[in-house]
Design a protein around this ligand. Structure first.
Ligand code: GTR
Length: 326
């Protein structure tokens, strides 16, 4: 409820200062694939409220939700070019561009969401945020994304063998294509916005995602079998265009960084609530959920993926540091 307090204070402050003081000098345009009200969208909006208040109404954020500024892969390029100022995306679509982002995107790298928080809040997280700076971006913060599991339109998946020959959509990351192949299925990388119709028309059998995305995308309507194998706990990231960042004074850059950091606990609170809500909604819609799946064969099948992607000493050290984090 810190969230409500912060918003309330910001609102009161802007009312007290009157309409004339509310003109923003800089409005940062922020991209998100999710609909309005989704925790990522709400968190960046909350960041915008804090930024506006702390800058005396000079710095504002406008969130363009529902992929209005494009699908994630394209929007990342636009952010690198400085056309989009802020972007909230999964780490997945960064995998082919920034190799450090592959490490927290590795299947079964995290033992739990708590483990992921511990790692991403610490030096490993900072090292990965820093890696964005070689790619015309500034890494600001990590957000939650729960865990991702497979869903499909055909049949319940009770074991790894059931995946054989099936076709799943993955995010646009070569590593995820190899992950699905290692499980005996076929992967098709495609933008998020094309998944619903691709399942509906049978181009693919299914996809994989967390409860809130499975729910808000409506994928559960066309893919009614969900198996909680939880192969990925891949964090989301909020990045800023280096071009946009460099236009700000050092003081304003610090305000942006701090507001992004302060939006993280708000996001986590919203996320936890939304996960439960989405799970309830999807269960009530009659989706068939497999919870008692043996993950051991899934974990063992990932050895070739680790071998192929964890190559350099830097990446090996990141894996070791994650595994050593209690
Ligand atoms: C969601 C994630 C999005 C997007 C989407 C996808 O869980 O929040 O940023 O990556 O998955 O599968 O494309």
């Amino acid at each position: 409820m810190t969230y409500m307090k912060t918003l309330g204070a910001a609102l009161l402050a802007s009312v007290a200062m009157g309409a004339a003081a509310t003109a923003c000098e800089v409005t940062l345009r922020s991209s998100d694939t999710h609909p309005d009200g989704y925790p990522t969208v709400a968190a960046v909006n909350a960041m915008g409220e804090m930024l506006k208040e702390r800058s005396g109404d000079r710095l504002c954020i406008e969130v363009f939700h529902s992929a209005q500024l494009g699908e994630e892969k394209d929007s990342i390029e636009q952010t690198q070019f400085g056309v989009i100022d802020l972007n909230r995306v999964s780490l997945g679509p960064f995998n082919n561009i920034i190799e450090e982002t592959q490490i927290p995107s590795l299947p079964y790298i995290f033992r739990s969401v708590e483990h992921m928080h511990k790692v991403m809040d610490g030096p490993v997280g900072q090292q990965i945020l820093d890696a964005f700076s070689d790619h015309d971006l500034v890494g600001l913060a990590f957000y939650d994304s729960g865990s991702r599991s497979f869903y499909n339109s055909e049949k319940p998946i009770n074991s790894m063998a059931d995946l054989a020959g099936m076709k799943f959509r993955v995010m646009q990351s070569d590593m995820f294509v190899d992950m699905v192949s290692a499980l005996g299925a076929n992967a098709t990388p495609m933008p998020y916005g094309e998944v619903y119709s691709s399942i509906q028309t049978g181009v693919i059998d299914g996809a994989e995602n967390n409860w809130p995305s499975y729910d808000s995308s409506g994928h559960f309507e066309v893919a009614k079998f969900y198996t909680l194998d939880q192969h990925l706990i891949v964090p989301e990231v909020l990045v800023m265009s280096k071009t946009s960042y460099d236009k700000l004074s050092a003081e304003d850059q610090a305000l942006v960084r701090q507001a992004a950091k302060d939006s993280v606990p708000i996001m986590r609170e919203l996320w936890a609530a939304r996960e439960l809500e989405s799970e309830t909604r999807v269960r009530e819609a009659g989706v068939e959920i497999v919870t008692d799946i043996d993950k051991t064969p899934f974990i063992e099948a990932m050895a070739p993926v680790y071998e192929k992607y964890v190559t350099s000493p830097v990446l090996k050290q990141l894996v070791a540091d994650i595994q050593a984090t209690e």
